[in-house]
Design a protein around this ligand. Sequence first.
Ligand code: SF4
Length: 273
Amino acid sequence: MSPTPSGKPVRHILALSGGKDSSALAVFMKDKVPDMEYVFCDTEKELDETYEYMHRLSQYLGKPIKTLKYKAGYGFDEILKLKRGFLPSQQSRWCTEYLKLIPYEEFIGSDNVISYVGIRADEPYRTGYMSTKPNIKAVFPFIEHNIRKADVFKILEDSGLGVPSYYKWRSRSGCYFCFFQQRIEWVGLLERHPDLFKKAMDYEKTDPLTGERFTWNQNESLEELSRPERIAEIKAQYAQKQAMKPKPSANLSLKDVFADDDMGEQACLMCHL
Ligand code: SF4
């Protein structure tokens, strides 16, 4: 660790989300910062594909990826009870705060830290949700080195890791029930992981007194979304949207085309990079 003028050591930390950008950043930084610490804030609601990919990435890096969690005995389900069943949403992202930000900031404590963030050069708008503690200095190597989406895929392909397998049907990392998912990704979850879709559905409730619905998506429950006619409609809308997109350039792979749905500034950087 390199010392600061005050003599306090500086830690270098790269928080992985299980997504392609933070993973590619870890590969990119591997030999540049030998004392890099890698962490993964585990919500315990991630896809198996994510855990499998983290394992392979750790082997590639030749270092452990430290798993960070909120207090022992307080996972998503316990916090949900404390929140009286109010599911997190884009407006109330308590999941990010409890399961990502707090564990990360507690791990850092008062240490001076350089935090490596995988925002790419082609998404400078993406500011998202990240720590603002004064002892944490965020740096953006991909922006500094003009690394764009196609470069990220190349970094991962050249490393032999490739992208996490969920990119075949989903464009982001994070919890299986993440409310940032597009409708077509919910359909993907239903088709690839019906057990997880059922679990996500079981979180949705209707208050028997007020009739108020607690659902992952506004205006539509997962039970409604999973009806065959609705699935057909979602697939047709998605196909239409894809058909209207500009044709990919020769440099882009199919994975690239599918993953062309980044969420913009609303996203949580710790969940989805
Ligand atoms: S992935 Fe989605 S549901 Fe999970 S902690 Fe992040 S924002 Fe919340």
